[in-house]
Design a protein around this ligand. Sequence first.
Ligand SMILES: [Zn+2]
Ligand SMILES: [Zn+2]
Length: 296
Amino acid sequence: MKHYYVDPALPQWKGNFHCHTTQSDGSRPPQEVADLYAQAGYDFLALTDHRKVVDPASIDAPLLLIPGIELDYVVTRRHAQAVHLIGVGVGLDLMSAPGVMESPQQGIDAIIASGGKVIFAHPAWSLNDPEEIEELKGISAVEVYNHMSDEPWNGRRGDSTAILDLCCAHGFCLPFVAGDDCHRYDVDQCHSALIVSAPELTREGVLSALEQGLVYASQGPQIKELFIEDGVVTVRCTAAMQIIFNSNAFFSRERVVNQRGVTEASYTLRPTETYIRVEITDVWGRRAWSSPISLR
Ligand SMILES: [Zn+2]
Ligand SMILES: [Zn+2]
């Protein structure tokens, strides 16, 4: 039986759930940021200022605007690590919730109590231990890629796959999103996106797709279809240079497909594989990351 993870029968919607405005430390006001993303072809957006929810009703939004926030903590165990949480679909009075800034778990609980969903932000930039992520209860998705954590501002800490592959190997497979995390709007904006599959472009449709894992992360390549049938994973995508099937297996000869213009690849699962995820790179070096699929 065919089981879809990206279903071609459902429309795909492109959004960004991580950016800052002049309401915190971003360089442009909320209205301009909304206009910028709409002009770049994004369907939905959350303004996620630090510790502040901007009311979407205050903006003449040319795209679906979902209220958001970024909460920040420092947790010290073997080393000091930042824990940043994105809340989307949150209540406007979230910051008045008791204990919201006291610990990451209390922040998560407050976001969920206000009606929102939680995205764990930029693990590679924060230097998070996998255990720190796995202990938190109530996370809906994680940023596999954060543009601001990459060049030119932060070296090459945008890609969190090394940490998240450990989480997946531990049996903790969270859906993947990408976020721009714009602060300066000369180079930060419109580089990455989360792509959700949902029947309609509504707040409920987008958040429910996120919760169900009907989402992938992308800098450009499009995943058109992803399914497993009889132990074989098949992906169809826009023209790529490379398709990689990542899993907990140390070595697999068939894992990497290198072929200019490749638009489809299949991979036969091994009995020892407990999760699988697909990574696609196009001719410009832009990547797309499917959400990991648990095989346990
Ligand atoms: Zn952050
Ligand atoms: Zn941020």
